[in-house]
Design a protein around this ligand. Structure first.
Ligand SMILES: N[C@@H](CCC(=O)N[C@@H](CS)C(=O)NCC(=O)O)C(=O)O
Length: 248
């Protein structure tokens, strides 16, 4: 499988180990598409990980892993920064940069990206793994409680929505947008699975607009999985974990 546009030739070898439903892998695929580079994609079976994955990421044994000319880079946010900093990824004529040039703006973007992983992604992962409906609801409550601060972050990055609707502000889609973008299908899926509207038009209007506008982008349409497929995946994992907990 290949990313978008024209670049990535010249004898460079680029491979991404991922999983279609992994928000972490999806953010890397979003970035590679925006950069317009071609790469080969390897879908991992996370219940039966390949030797290549175990060799390339022996510490966490997780996807995504980007392998550039035989050298692995692990952890999605580190991969995004590598993609942004390595001249090869800009050599395809893409003018897209994820992190801003200004050091303070870079720090702000990194802060909100860390916030997405620590305050939203981490409790969401616990909910995903929970064995009962009550436990799931409790963890999703923590996710929901973290959303208003993210709304404040988006407001800070867009000057209250006057400077576009993405975290990249006037620069358009940026680092935090790509980080959060991997989760976008799950935000929609949760509404279908449990009725929980995380980015609510009344409570968090900027994030609600972000979700809509991000989903309309060519990159999102090209890379993100269909919401119904994600709904099926979430239901399957919930059912599996409920059965496992009941058997213990
Ligand atoms: N902090 C890591 C998290 C990656 C992660 O948790 N990946 C999951 C898939 S979403 C995985 O590969 N888990 C391994 C497993 O299930 O054994 C990152 O940002 O890349």
């Amino acid at each position: 499988m290949a990313g978008g546009g024209g670049g990535g030739g010249g004898g460079e070898e680029l491979k991404l180990l991922g999983h279609w439903g992994s928000g972490f892998a999806l953010r890397v695929r979003l970035a590679l598409y925006l950069k317009g580079v071609h790469y080969s994609y390897v879908e991992e079976d996370l219940r039966n990980k390949s030797d290549l994955l175990l060799r390339c990421n022996p510490v966490h044994k997780s996807v995504p892993v980007l392998i550039h000319n035989g050298r692995p880079i692990c952890e999605s946010q580190i991969i995004l920064q590598y993609i942004d900093e390595t001249p090869f990824f800009s050599g395809s004529g893409s003018t897209c940069t994820l992190l801003p040039a200004d050091p303070h703006e870079r720090a702000v973007a990194r802060f909100w990206a860390a916030y997405v992983d620590n305050e939203i992604g981490a409790p969401w992962d616990k909910a995903f793994r929970a064995g009962t409906e009550e436990e799931r609801a409790e963890w999703m409550g923590k996710v929901a409680a973290a959303v208003p601060s993210l709304e404040r972050g988006l407001s800070e990055c867009t000057d209250g929505g006057r400077n576009g609707c993405f975290f990249g502000g006037a620069g358009g889609v940026g680092y935090v947008d790509v980080v959060l973008g991997g989760v976008a299908p799950y935000v929609h899926a949760m509404e279908k699975v449990s009725g929980l509207r995380l980015f609510d038009g009344e409570k968090t209007p900027l994030l609600a607009a972000w979700l809509e506008r991000f989903g309309e982008l060519e990159v999102a349409r090209a890379v993100l999985p269909d919401v119904d497929r994600v709904v099926g995946y979430v239901r399957m994992i919930h059912a599996k974990n409920t059965a496992k907990a009941a058997a213990e």
